[in-house]
Design a protein around this ligand. Structure first.
Ligand code: HH2
Length: 257
């Protein structure tokens, strides 16, 4: 899954894809490089971010989606109206970082649209989530949350086979907790749904490399996280640098057989 953030402030590619033509070229290049789907988002969820209005978010993503005819698209949004417009423009997957808790109309929309859905774990909200994340056992707590959200989605009429789950790397977790979630990914895979991991460029990578103030992580570190997550059962890797990840994951798959 390639990432195209149509935002001025995303933590790693903010401002790069604000021009819809540039964003569409980037999305198509990601597919050429081997991405199965491109995740388009118009609202940064980086730690400390404030959120954007509906009009602002639509104004960012709609011109991009209009240019992506024929490209497999995921829409990264917590707003049902943004998802509705994106689905009408051909998006196949709704990537909701609030796991259907952000907008009461989202579950019904996804159920009626028969699209795919990603349910992600987040403790708190982006503005404050990194202040003091606390868990009894981060993996067990995230698994219980995802299981509950999966049941909620299915009870709302969304087909279980269309749902994937994501522990939400960096969303209300310490550096150690992010790595533990990948180390023990088999416990999340046991929920029986495909697992998405988005470790690409995240600050925990830069911090484990020795910079306690890092805001991002480098490419080689992102690839290492993706490959080890894949080895432990992740099947969808959300990444900014598609070509390098596809090369690494192809070799990892050849080794693992
Ligand atoms: N991470 C980000 C945004 N959306 N969705 C899923 N399912 N999983 C993730 O790990 C995930 C996500 C944050 O990364 P990015 O989009 O690069 O930055 P920003 O939120 O600042 O736009």
């Amino acid at each position: 899954m390639g990432v195209v953030n149509v935002t001025p402030d995303s933590f790693s590619d903010g401002g790069v894809h604000l021009d819809p033509d540039v964003a569409a070229v980037a999305a198509r290049r990601m597919v050429d490089e081997g991405a199965a789907i491109v995740d388009v988002g118009g609202e940064s969820t980086r730690p400390g971010s404030q959120g954007v209005t509906l009009d602002e978010e639509l104004g960012r993503v709609v011109p991009v989606l209009e240019r992506l005819d024929g490209v497999p698209v995921s829409i990264d949004t917590a707003k049902a109206e943004v998802a509705r417009r994106a689905l009408a423009l051909g998006a196949e997957l709704v990537n909701d970082v609030t796991a259907l808790r952000g907008d009461p109309r989202m579950a019904e929309l996804v159920a009626e649209s028969h699209c795919y859905l990603c349910l992600m774990h987040m403790q708190g909200e982006p503005r404050t989530m990194q202040v003091d994340p606390t868990y009894d056992d981060v993996v067990a707590d995230v698994a219980a949350f995802l299981d509950e959200r999966l049941r909620f989605a299915v009870d709302s009429g969304i087909a279980e086979e269309r749902i994937c789950l994501d522990p939400g790397i960096g969303f209300g977790k310490t550096v150690a907790q992010n790595f533990e979630l990948v180390r023990r990914l088999d416990e999340l895979a046991a929920l029986g749904r495909p697992i998405v991991i988005g470790f690409s460029r995240k600050s925990s990578l830069g911090r484990v490399l020795g910079d306690p103030q890092a805001r991002t992580g480098p490419l080689a570190a992102s690839v290492a996280a993706a490959v080890t997550a894949y080895e432990r059962g992740a099947t969808i890797l959300r990444v900014h640098d598609v070509r390098e990840h596809v090369e690494a994951l192809t070799v990892a798959a050849a080794v693992l057989g």
